[in-house]
Design a protein around this ligand. Structure first.
Ligand code: NAD
Length: 522
């Protein structure tokens, strides 16, 4: 595939830092065809990439903020200028439909645009309350961590590779990224565009190869680790980071609920549900996998939802027609098939889909809707991460909230109601990092100024907003003490000093708190 430098896999493979005798073949999930190969970087190669990134970081951190932001802004423009080759690459490498690839591409552009205009504000030094009012002037600064390691998955190969790198770079860090072995070329295309945008060479490095081989040397040598992937891998990565006393951010899985309240607009809820459950063929961390419908709407919802789902168009074509592409791998087909067959054999009803579609391609599976799912079925609690959703009736808001919260995860949730105050009251009772009202996931995800991430087993830390950039920094407080030292002044007895300080401690902090609360009122 050599139509543009961004789809020229030999050019892209040349951007990998370090090499080795072994290579890794990348095949398209559309038809199994070979797209190209990337080197398997050795552990020494990973250490060298981190070393080189560290060397480049010093000059990068000294680059004026305005220049760093201009690069992020140019990167956004380049993404938008290169929609065609990027869509082609994501489609071929990940298999997702063009419309789903487009959503990802826009997300990448919008996140870069957001941080290009907000990074300076988030990172600006700001005054903090000093030890002694008027005499102590205290300012909080943010220093870059140094070299940030990023380990990213295959499901959103563009946005999850680069959208977490942009704030890390803008904060003055260098980045070493290890993309998933199934989708390295998309990450390399993003690096190509960052270099075109003016990012000095060496500031961002990409190493390719199995996570089980590259993970250890990467975590052993970076100063912070941003991980997106499964809970199983994430736990090991987090433990390794903790052992080294470096910070980490874990964006993990979910079993996300959607609540259709008694006063929901059914047309909107059905259309929104289709998008929320099946976008990128359900291989989306914030995908809905459980729908709780008020019993007064349940029968109608099930019939109409199943009918709509059965009309979803699957296909391998590169054009805009197909709604969904295939799954990414045989492992994904196996997991989805197991969840559906296990549920079917234990008595669940399948209202739509329920089978693989080898006639369309080796990795196609129909969007599937089930009812009658019980606790003994694997899909009741385990993340499927595929095009499968279970629908349940509930008698009240209280039952919907209780069942939605009955999970070890807490990533995303969705609430549907014609009344915003009603939906809002329900949303506030949900244990999920993002809650979308009358939307499935996109409203909260694309609110790039607001934190996004998971509670419980869905992860640690947040991306987007101030949290998504400050985590890549070390806060530093610098306090200037004027006039007197903190301690008993000469000529004053220690006991007299203590009495004055006790009085000051009562009065000053109370009045400062009072002034603070007045100032912080919305
Ligand atoms: P995975 O954990 O298998 O792989 C993710 C990344 O980790 C890959 O780059 C992989 O090479 C690497 N890796 C594998 N073993 C490693 C090791 N021992 N040390 C270091 N790195 C290692 O995840 P996956 O199955 O590819 O991705 C799907 C999962 O990711 C789902 O659970 C999904 O919910 C989750 N996810 C979460 C978010 C989020 O933002 N919360 C986004 C996308 C995907």
């Amino acid at each position: 595939m050599n139509e543009s430098p961004l789809t020229d896999v030999d050019h892209l493979a040349s951007l990998v830092s370090g090499g080795g005798p072994r290579t890794l073949e990348v095949r398209s999930p559309l038809d199994g065809s070979l797209l190209g190969s990337v080197p398997v970087v050795s552990p020494d190669g990973v250490r060298q990439a981190v070393h080189d990134a560290r060397t480049a970081q010093a000059a990068w951190a000294a680059t004026p903020m305005v220049r760093r932001c201009a690069i992020a802004s140019r990167f956004r423009d380049l993404v938008l200028d290169n929609v065609e080759p990027l869509l082609t690459l994501v489609h071929r490498e990940n298999g997702k439909s063009r419309i789903n690839a487009f959503e990802e591409l826009m997300d990448t552009a919008l996140t870069s645009g957001y941080y290009s205009v907000s990074a300076a504000r988030h990172l600006a030094p700001h005054r903090r309350q000093g030890a002694i009012p008027l005499l102590t002037r205290t300012i909080e600064f943010h220093q870059p961590k140094g070299v940030v390691g990023i380990i990213s998955p295959w499901n959103y190969p563009l946005t999850l590779a680069v959208s977490d790198a942009i704030p890390a770079l803008l904060a003055g860090n260098a980045v070493v990224l290890k993309p998933d072995s199934q989708t390295p070329f998309t990450a390399l295309a993003a690096l190509d565009l960052l270099i075109q945008a003016g990012l000095p060479r060496g500031v961002m490095q990409i190493v390719t190869g199995p996570g089980s081989e590259l993970g250890t040397p990467l975590i052993d040598s970076v100063d912070y680790l941003m991980f997106t992937g499964s809970g199983r891998t994430g736990r090991g990565v987090a433990a390794h980071c903790a052992q080294r006393l470096i910070g980490s951010s874990m964006e993990l899985g979910g079993k996300n609920p959607m609540l259709v309240l008694a006063d929901a607009d059914l047309d909107r809820a059905i259309e929104g549900g289709v998008q929320a459950c099946f976008s990128t063929t359900g291989q989306l961390c914030v995908s809905i996998e459980r729908i709780y419908v008020h019993q007064s709407l349940y029968d109608q919802f099930c019939a109409r939802f199943a009918d709509r789902v059965s009309r979803i168009r699957l296909g391998t074509e590169a054009g805009w027609e197909p709604d969904l592409g295939p799954l990414i791998s045989q492992d994904q087909i196996d997991k989805v098939s197991h969840h559906v067959e296990d549920a079917r054999s234990k008595g669940a009803a399948i209202l739509a889909g329920g089978r693989a579609r080898p006639d369309l391609g080796p990795l196609f599976y129909e969007p599937t809707v089930l009812t009658g799912v019980t606790e003994d079925m694997d899909l009741a609690r385990d993340e499927t991460f595929g095009p499968v959703v279970a629908v349940y009736p509930v008698a009240s808001d209280a039952e919907a909230v209780e069942r939605a919260n009955d999970t070890e995860y807490g990533l995303n949730a969705s609430v549907w109601s014609a009344s915003h105050p009603h939906a809002f009251t329900v949303a506030r009772r949900l244990r999920a990092g993002t809650v979308n009202i009358n939307e499935g996931y996109a409203a909260a995800w694309a609110s790039h100024d607001a934190p996004m991430g998971g509670m419980g087993e869905s992860g640690l830390g947040r991306r987007h907003g101030a949290e998504g950039i400050l985590k890549y920094t070390e806060p530093q407080s610098i306090a200037i003490q004027r006039l007197a030292l903190i301690g008993p002044p000469g000529g004053v007895s220690r006991s007299a000093y203590a009495r004055v300080m006790i009085l000051a401690g009562r009065v000053l902090h109370r009045s400062v708190a009072h002034v603070g609360s007045l100032l912080s009122r919305p």
